[in-house]
Design a binder for this molecule. Structure first.
Ligand code: NAD
Ligand code: UDP
Length: 315
């Protein structure tokens, strides 16, 4: 297949490109480099089946005939989407519409990267796909949450009105190599802080929970969904739930760091709990994650250490 990935220079987009190329496909990847980096694609420089185009998907674009569209473009970390609020709403609306138009034009299949953030600060736990969520529509996180909820609605509308063959994956917190070390997400912050011997910054009391999925597991789940015929949303994430404090302690253990834990204010509307119910993914395409947090952190250390060393060399 010839496959379009939007957001290809990002963390997940670049891993997805690797997996699709390894399966023998050709990939045309687009990105405006708002939060991604060409470093994530360097290893594909000599790959003849890979083509990169720098563009903003909020403007109409035509990559040529494609068989599948994976729509991954969007700032994703709270720090990034707070800085790029209007751009985040734009890519969830106009950008997603342009990507859907490509799929419609070429009768390509379409998979949209949605998020557990559609559930907001959830009152149903663990989160099942039929839960409609608890989102503050005007709070600081709304630029991301509502963009993603709108893009789900748009994707379903293209399916219902134009019969585009669509899929929606609700991705839960994912980590691993190529996570930008300064994007403010908890795993990148804690690991970089631990490796540099700096204090680990726990927001609030650290009793809020997240469920962390290693990137290789996440990509396998996304590919599983891409091969299925399910049009309604499917959760793909690791159901092992961690308090943020225990996550910090685990990072200290895995890195062997002597860093201290310090407490900082909890950001507004920070969800208190998050854990996917993955029975739908298991039932539909037999997926479940295999890599636990300690192992996934071990697998990520070399990448983070290298990026820290490179930064030190530049200074
Ligand atoms: P990322 O920031 O590393 O990658 C996103 C990429 O999209 C970047 O390379 C960025 O430059 C690009 N982009 C942003 N706006 C664009 C635009 N207008 N035109 C073209 N490119 C644009 O983030 P990620 O973690 O790889 O996330 C990828 C997707 O998965 C996002 O849609 C995100 O919302 C979703 N997601 C990720 C997670 C996670 O834990 N990583 C969780 C839930 C959902
Ligand atoms: N967090 C933290 N310290 C940090 C960064 C994040 O305690 O240095 C917390 C944050 O408040 C949230 C959780 O870790 O409760 C996950 O944050 P992240 O930004 O990774 O993703 P989110 O799930 O909030 O989108």
């Amino acid at each position: 297949m010839r496959i379009l990935i939007t957001g290809v220079a990002g963390f997940l987009g670049s891993h997805l490109a690797d997996a699709l190329l390894a399966d023998g496909n050709s990939v045309v990847g687009v990105d405006n480099l708002a939060t991604g980096s060409l470093n994530n694609l360097k290893h594909l420089d000599n790959e003849v089946r890979f083509e990169f185009r720098e563009l903003d998907i909020c403007e109409a674009f035509d990559p040529g005939r494609v068989d599948y569209v994976f729509n991954f473009a969007s700032p994703a970390s709270p720090v990034d989407y707070s800085k790029l609020g209007v751009e985040t709403l734009a890519v969830g609306s106009s950008g997603t519409r342009n990507a859907l138009e490509v799929a419609k034009k070429y009768r390509a299949k379409f998979l949209h990267a949605s998020t557990s953030e559609c559930y907001g600060d959830p009152s149903v736990h663990p989160q099942t796909e039929d839960y409609w969520g608890n989102v503050n529509p005007i709070g600081p996180r709304s630029v991301y949450d509502e963009a993603k909820r709108f893009s789900e609605a748009l994707t379903m509308a293209y399916h219902r009105y134009y019969h585009v063959d669509t899929r929606l994956v609700r991705i839960f917190n994912t980590y691993g190599p190529r996570l930008q070390k300064n994007d403010g997400r908890v795993i990148s912050n804690f690991v970089v802080q631990a490796l540099k011997g700096e204090d680990l910054t726990v927001y609030g009391e650290g009793d809020q929970t997240r469920s962390f999925c290693y990137v290789a597991d996440e990509i396998e789940g996304i590919l599983g969904l891409s091969r299925s015929d399910e049009h309604l949303p499917v959760n793909v994430g690791n159901p092992n739930e961690w308090t943020i404090l225990d996550c910090a302690k685990t990072v200290l253990k895995v890195t062997g760091s002597k860093s201290k834990i310090v407490y900082r204010p909890l950001p507004q509307d920070d969800p208190m709990q998050r854990k996917p119910d993955i029975s739908k993914a298991k039932r539909l395409f037999g997926w479940e994650p295999k890599i636990d947090l300690e192992t996934g952190l071990q697998l990520s250390l070399e990448y983070f250490q290298t990026t820290i060393d490179e930064e030190a060399k530049v200074k």
